[in-house]
Ligand binder design. Structure first.
Ligand SMILES: [Fe+2]
Length: 252
């Protein structure tokens, strides 16, 4: 493989079993675009399904049965770890116990995916164990350009609703990233809109949902995210082993 690399990040697919295949069709559309752009790897950054249901994971399994590139799954707050393990037994990179965190080593750029979900809760939380795992795996390859993926944004978005349900111990996460200069990007989802933030030296890219987009709730008293006509989409991250990197929003 050459020193260039393309990662298709597809997030918050929210697959349902009762929507006449609408969410799965959006995912398929994103996969076809990723194929057209010759993505080397595809990473789904959580909220794979809408309600943690086994029949939803069955719909997802059918939608990703023939991916155009190696495809990896991460959990979000709408997911169930046991449900993912049961539905995707061939995804051998998923640990058999505990958080579904893993490292992808076989590409020019290393991908570290960390499971930050809290079962039964909407927010993310890493805890000391998660931070120690991240620190350890990043210490193992200090010179290889690395992308760190998690579901919840590790920065304040100034959306008053989403900041209550973000990564609540983001300071701990960011203190780990600060120790590892090879991290060229942090990527996440959760917010259902495209956004850019910062984690220590690394830009953070928030991918939108393929299913629906939220507007911003920036004023006190707003209790639900406003509707918006902004476009769902995904993100194509392109870079090389020299560490240069660009992230492109792809509308659906
Ligand atoms: Fe979501």
């Amino acid at each position: 493989m050459s020193g260039t690399f393309r990662l298709a990040q597809i997030s918050d697919t929210h697959i349902r079993a009762d929507d006449n295949g609408a969410a799965a069709a959006q995912l398929r559309r994103a996969l076809m675009q990723a194929r057209d752009y010759r993505a080397d790897v595809i990473l789904l950054t959580g909220d794979l399904v809408n309600d943690e249901r086994a029949d939803e994971y069955t719909v997802l399994a059918a939608a990703i049965a023939d991916p155009p590139a190696p495809l990896y799954l991460m959990p979000g707050n709408h997911d169930n770890r046991a449900g993912i393990r049961t539905a995707f037994p061939r995804h051998a990179y998923l640990p058999r116990n505990g958080p579904l965190s893993f490292v992808i080593e076989e590409f020019p750029i290393r991908i570290v995916a960390i499971d930050d979900i809290v079962p039964g809760q909407t927010h993310g939380f890493l805890r000391r164990e998660g931070a120690d795992w991240l620190d350890e795996v990043l210490s193992a390859a200090p010179t290889k350009p690395t992308i760190v993926a998690l579901h919840h944004p590790p920065f304040l978005t100034h959306d008053l609703l989403f900041d209550k349900i973000g990564l609540l111990d983001a300071g701990l996460f960011n203190s780990v990233i600060a120790r590892h200069r090879q991290v060229v990007r942090v990527i996440c989802g959760h917010h259902h809109r495209y956004a850019v933030g910062q984690s220590a030296h690394a830009p953070v890219i928030v991918a939108p949902s393929t299913s629906w987009t939220y507007g911003l709730a920036m004023d006190q008293g707003q209790e639900i995210a406003p509707k918006t006509t902004e476009q769902p989409g995904w993100v194509l991250h392109a870079g090389s082993t020299t560490g240069d990197f660009a992230s492109h929003f792809m509308g659906l």
